[in-house]
Write a protein that binds this ligand. Structure first.
Ligand code: ZN
Length: 253
């Protein structure tokens, strides 16, 4: 295993902690560092033992050491997801693409969490991903691939923006946000235009699964049940990006 792979795997859990804390306090970045410095219940200052990703949660059985108040399970799940992203990135790619892929995954995870909390996707992360996708394409295949990246981003934005306008006209209310369009543009910037239909298809299936799961939990499924499309779209972009390297993986195996 290369030292870069090891680095990606090692920072995975810490990125999970960071992503969770920053998504919780976004857009107040100054709170990020303070967010996890005290127990939210008894205000006891947390020490390094309380803040080790994954291990602290398991060791303390999800409770504050002082007052036994439950520690957020979401935080723990986000740490596990961040580790899964690191492992999949190292598995699917080689060299510095491992790091780039992991950063893509962690950024998408951040955007998903903000969307869960506030029902909006931050512009900053989508724009950063569009830019990163363009740079990735250019370093990989110069102007030809940069062209495909720009095409992917543009088509992604226009198509999604069109769908949301159509939805608004037909149903008389917002169904899909502009944030979703910008995120799909980011997906297109990474995968190029040909994978966009896959991204939309898989995202729709994931969103549908999410609705069914919510219904099982007892939430009645109504026509105006808000569709949390952002997280489904983010997961789909990451999966399709991994998939673009499947042919190379097959050849290697
Ligand atoms: Zn406490």
């Amino acid at each position: 295993m290369s030292s870069l792979s090891l680095f990606v795997l090692l920072i995975g859990p810490f990125m999970g902690s960071f992503v969770s804390a920053s998504a919780k306090s976004w857009p107040e970045w100054r709170q990020v560092l303070q967010a996890r410095s005290r127990c939210g219940h008894c205000e006891t200052k947390l020490t390094i033992i309380d803040l080790v990703p994954v291990f602290s949660y398991l060791m303390l059985r999800g409770q504050c050491r002082t007052c036994k108040a439950p520690i957020g399970r979401v935080h723990f799940i986000v740490e596990l997801l961040a580790i899964t992203i690191a492992i999949s990135a190292v598995w699917a790619f080689d060299g510095w693409m491992e790091l780039a892929t992991a950063l893509l995954g962690w950024t998408l995870l951040f955007a998903s969490l903000v969307d869960f909390r506030l029902r909006l996707l931050p512009n900053g992360s989508s724009f950063a991903l569009i830019l990163a996708g363009g740079i990735m394409a250019f370093t990989h295949g110069q102007w030809d691939e940069l062209g495909m990246s720009v095409l992917g981003a543009s088509i992604g934005y226009v198509v999604f923006f069109g769908i949301s306008k159509l939805y608004l006209a037909l149903r008389g209310r917002e169904g899909l946000g502009r944030g979703d369009a910008k995120l799909l543009a980011a997906g297109g910037a990474w995968t190029g235009p040909f994978a966009l239909s896959w991204i939309v298809l898989i995202a729709s299936l994931l969103a549908l699964l999410g609705l069914v799961a919510n219904r099982k939990k007892g939430e009645a499924l109504k026509a105006d049940t808000a569709l949390a499309f952002g997280p489904a779209l983010a997961a789909s972009i990451y999966l399709v990006w991994l998939g673009t390297n499947l042919p190379a993986l097959m050849g290697r195996g």
